[in-house]
Design a protein around this ligand. Structure first.
Ligand code: QAP
Ligand code: CO
Length: 180
């Protein structure tokens, strides 16, 4: 098991289009385990393979309170079931500490495979519907801030830069506790 590095906005690798998973083999199963561990480590509710620089159609998610119910979606297809869109406050592990409202249809059909290669075909509403659409966007190189104004995108870029700098400093501090 391993915690993987998460790419940060505006890394151009986040724009890569993901390829379908051809076979759910041991290599994919390891990637799934590592992505779930990475998502929990970062305290996220969803993570797309694109965010860990693996350009495959693979998403992990856990919307449960106790973080004990991971979900895996391989080669997902998401179809809106309503025309009306609803705003929802989104965040993203690749855009740390930036949150804003995005409008999406709040009922969708999800068709995918799970980690055992079994077919998933279900209707989703609420957070699951929002989250799967957010993660699907990653597989297509789209980030939630793309839906915001240019002003907000520029602010997001500045904020992420600042947050990463602070995090870097904190990592250095952790490595040198003798200065205390
Ligand atoms: C996508 O995002 C999502 O900025 C998943 O400092 C989020 O797990 C879809 C996170 C909300 C719909 C609604 C973000 C953690 C987690 C941060 C996440 C942060 C720490 C984001
Ligand atoms: Co995201």
């Amino acid at each position: 098991m391993a915690v993987l590095n998460i790419l940060s906005y505006p890394d151009p690798r986040l724009r890569t289009i993901a390829a379908p998973v051809k076979q759910v083999d041991d290599k994919i199963k390891t990637l799934i385990t590592d992505m779930i561990e990475t998502m929990y480590d970062a305290e996220g509710i969803g993570l797309a393979a694109s965010q860990v620089d693996e350009h495959l159609q693979l998403i992990v998610m856990d919307l449960s309170e106790n973080k004990d119910t991971p979900m895996v979606f391989i080669n997902p297809k998401v179809t809106p079931l309503v025309e009306e869109k609803q705003p929802y406050e989104e965040g993203c592990l690749s855009v740390p500490e930036v949150y804003d409202k995005v409008e999406r249809p709040n009922k969708v059909r999800i068709e995918a495979l799970d980690e055992n290669g079994d077919v998933i075909d279900k209707e989703a509403e609420g957070l699951l519907a929002v989250c799967i659409q957010h993660e699907m966007d990653h597989l297509n190189g789209v980030i939630f801030v793309d839906y915001l104004s240019n002003l907000k995108q520029n602010r997001a870029r500045d904020k992420v830069k600042k947050v990463l700098k602070i995090r870097e400093k904190n990592v250095e501090k952790q490595a040198q506790p003798s200065h205390v």
